[in-house]
Structures are given as C-alpha cells and as structure tokens.
Ligand binder design. Structure first.
Ligand code: SDX
Length: 427
C-alpha cells in the first residue's frame, strides 16, 4: 500500500498522507484537504472519521476484539481488579504493588464530599433521575477545587483521586436521598466495590456485611465498562476538554452524553423492554417484529453497535457472569429467560443477521445489577462509575498531546442564500 491517498475534487487533485496504527489500521490525514481543494468531508455520526490517535484501547469490531493498553478484556475481567484496570488505563502500565497501594489509599482518602455539598442533593426533587444529580454534582466539584493545577502531574492526580473517590459517594448519596435514608459515609477500610455496596445499602442502625462474591461481581462489571475508545461520551469528554475546560467539567459533560438511551442509558431501557415483554405475556417474536418494522420507532435495546459487527466481547462475558451471579444468589430471574429467548430469536432473524446486530454490553448487564439489588434508575450511574477511568485516561491523553487542538468541526450550509431584510410593516 502506498503511503498516500490521491483524491480528485472537481478537477483538483490532492495527495493526502496515510496514518497507519500499531494494529495496522489506516487513516487518511485530511488536514490539508480544504486548503488544497476547498472541500471538506461530511460523515454523519463520524462513523468513518477518526478524531485522534490513541494508545489507550483497541477495538476490532469485525473480530470482536477489545484490549485495554494491549491486554485482552477477557484476561483483565478474569484476573485483574477495577482499580488496577483504572490505573492501567490512566497511567499506561499495570501498577507495581507499591503503586497499587498508593493509588488505593489516595482514592480512599478522597472519597468524602465537602459537607456543604450535601445541600446540593437537598435541592433536587425526590424523583430526580440520578444521572442528572451525578452530572450536576460532578461539575460542582470544580467549585470546591478551583485552584487545582491540572497542567502539572500532581494537580491532575489530585483531580483524578477526587473523581475516582467521590463518584461512588455521589452515586450512593443520590440513591439515599431518593429513599429518604441517611447518607452513609465512605469507609477507607473497605475495598472499592465493598465500600460502594456499604454506602448504598447500609443504615446507621446496624452492621451491613457485603459478601465478597457480590463485591467481585460488581468489580468485573466495572472492568468491562472501563473504556471503549472513541464512544459518544468519551468523545464528548475529549471535545469539552479540548477547550481546556477542567477535568470535572469535562467528566460532567461525558455523564450527560452517557445518559442517552442509545448509549449508556440502554442498560435501563433493556430492563424496561424485558419487563414490558414479560407483562405482555412473553411474546418475544412480537418485539423482534416491532424492531424490524420501519414504521415503529421501537428498537431492540441492548442490540446493535456502531463498531461491533460481531459479538460484543463484553456481552459474552456478562452473559456468563449473569448466569453465575444468579446461581450464586440462588435467584431465578424470569427476565433472563426472556433475554435468552429474545437473543435467540433475533440472532436467527435475517434482519439482524444482514445488519450484523448482536447483543452489546448493555443487553445482560442490567440483569446483574438487578440481582445485586441496584435500583433500575441507577443502572446508567453504574455504567458511569465503570467508565470514569476511561474518560479520565482519554482526557489526559488529549490534554497532554502536542497534537491537541480545540475541537471545531466544519459544516455544509443548506439554509437560505443571501436575502434582503424586510421591515415588519411590509411583511
Ligand atoms: C453503548 O460506541 C460505543 O462503544 C458505545 C458502548 C460503549 O461501551 O461506550 O459500546 C456502549 O452505547 C452500546 C449501545 C447501546 N445502545 C443500544 O443498545 C440501543 C439500541 N441500539 C441502537 O440504537 C444502535 O444499534 C446503536 C445506536 C447502538 C448504533 O447505531 P448506528 O451505528 O447509528 O446504527 P444505525 O442506527 O445506522 O442502524 C443500522 C441499521 C438501521 O436499519 P436500516 O436503516 O439499515 O434499515 O440497523 C438498524 C437500524 O434501524 N438497527 C436496529 C437496531 N440497531 C440498529 N434495528 C433494531 N434494533 C436495534 N437495536
């Protein structure tokens, strides 16, 4: 393959350099395109457009491959922990024992919120969606740490510890506020996931032991959600951060993007769909037909993916994980049987086969969250807690890159051409 692409635009020819990645992906660098031809590219949803070069996560959608910093997701889910994976994503290498100890301690020591922040929770109505609370309180963190200097490593690390430590506290406070129970403060003697369950479900009047298998079940889910290259919310974090907005404000924007039902909000939408199928008598074929019907806006939530045109490797792991967690808890959730039937019906149907629509990360994750006692409207909050280290890693990679420029896409204008102003008394 030559190292240039040749393009002819209205008789003007331009040669554009090719960029080849470490996994042999090829990109056409179009930086010189507009100057050479006057033309820009147009790519709705950026399905064919790279926004950056990145060394964090590699996806191969055709082969169903996902690796964080070169490590296969299957190995990390089985052998690693969420905080170790977070360290890997953010700092680029697996931590030494001392680095892991320091990272754990720094995060634990930054898990408390400023006491005044409790007033923010009181300002929300009881039925406020926790994603709205999460995004608001994360952005508000920037008002408590206005003098952090994220241009230096130590200042950036402080913001990283604060976000990693405080996000589970913010999430659990949002839940406690919605059920009128007292906030449970973080405990630095508990590991990350055990502490989260303790903050979510303990009450001050009695001990709340967390089974280690329950904590591990969540740990695996958080590993699987930790990063996914340039997805909608990560691209949002990068775009907001490209204006040199601080890390808290950038992460808050990512939380808002994740909330959408086409993105992280899908895990909550999947459970709502499964419950609707169950309430309607379990007729999965009817829902598959609805998903195919172009006159219906219904989509099979938890199915399909912009990049994966094969099984989402995370969905495979989560599916097996769901069976394990349910049997561990001695639960038999009718919704998982409906999910299995739905998956089987869709995967046999030409509409899904031709469009290469497979279950994605959101299809089975909600079944596990439900089994772990997480309320349905908190499912996307769980996705955000998992995705936080990935957002941070991408913000840091963007912010420290000498190729970084403020993100400012172009457009093709399709509105009115020039016209004269007509005073209102003449209209
Ligand atoms: C996540 O990007 C990431 O990496 C995201 C994520 C991450 O880790 O960050 O993996 C997490 O967001 C997973 C996706 C969760 N969303 C859902 O499960 C919602 C349901 N799925 C879709 O709406 C859809 O599949 C998307 C949004 C995931 C992808 O949309 P695309 O790439 O824009 O695909 P498309 O809408 O152009 O669909 C192509 C065709 C269309 O039909 P035709 O026009 O060709 O006839 O496939 C159809 C779509 O109608 N289609 C579906 C479908 N998904 C796509 N039809 C029915 N049900 C579906 N779920």
């Amino acid at each position: 393959m030559t190292d240039k692409a040749k393009l002819d635009v209205g008789g003007k020819t331009v040669e554009l350099p090719l960029v080849v990645g470490s996994e042999k992906e090829v990109g056409i660098d179009i930086s010189a395109l507009r100057q050479a031809t006057g033309a820009i590219t147009l790519d709705y949803g950026y399905g064919n457009t790279g926004s950056c070069e990145s060394a964090i996560t590699f996806l191969d959608g055709e082969e169903g491959i996902l690796r964080y910093r070169g490590y296969p997701i299957e190995d990390l889910a089985e052998k690693s922990s969420f905080l170790e994976v977070s360290y890997l994503l953010i700092y680029g290498e697996l931590p030494t024992p001392q680095q892991m100890k320091d990272f754990n301690r720094n995060i634990a020591r930054h898990s408390l919120l400023h006491e005044d922040m409790k007033n923010i929770f009181q300002a929300f109505p009881p039925d406020a969606h926790p994603m709205a609370i999460l995004g608001s309180v994360v952005c508000a963190l920037s008002t408590y740490y206005q003098h952090g200097d994220e241009t230096h490593e130590e200042g950036l690390n402080q913001s990283i510890y604060r976000l990693m430590g405080k996000l589970p506290t913010i999430a659990s406070f949002a839940y406690k506020k919605s059920i009128g129970q007292p906030y449970i403060y973080p405990r630095t003697d508990l590991d990350y996931c055990t502490n989260f369950f303790h903050q979510m479900f303990a009450v001050p009047t009695e001990p709340y032991p967390v089974h280690p298998d329950i904590a591990r079940a969540l740990d695996v889910l958080l590993i699987l959600h930790a990063d996914h290259e340039q997805n909608c919310s990560t691209s949002t974090v990068r775009l907001v951060g490209s204006s040199q907005a601080n890390l808290f404000a950038s992460i808050s924007a990512g939380i808002s993007a994740l909330w959408g039902p086409l993105h992280g909000g899908a895990n909550q939408a999947v459970l709502e769909m499964l419950e609707a199928i169950k309430a309607g008598g379990g007729d999965v074929k009817k829902y598959v037909a609805m998903a195919k019907d172009k006159n219906s806006s219904f989509r099979l939530m938890g199915f399909g993916h912009r990049v994966y045109k094969n099984f989402d490797p995370r969905a495979k792991i989560i599916k097996a994980h769901a069976d394990r967690v349910l049997s561990l808890l001695g639960m038999d959730d009718p919704l998982i049987h409906i999910a299995h039937e739905l998956e089987e019906a869709a995967l046999k149907d030409d509409y899904f086969i031709q469009r290469k629509l497979y279950p994605n990360v959101d299809f089975y994750s909600g079944i596990i969250y439900r089994a772990l006692g997480i309320p349905q409207n908190m499912f996307t909050v769980m996705f955000a807690i998992g995705r936080l280290p990935g957002w941070i890693a991408h913000w840091k990679e963007m912010n420290r890159s000498d190729k970084n420029r403020i993100g400012r896409p172009r457009q093709i204008y399709t509105g009115s051409t020039k016209r004269e102003y007509n005073p209102i008394h003449k209209r």
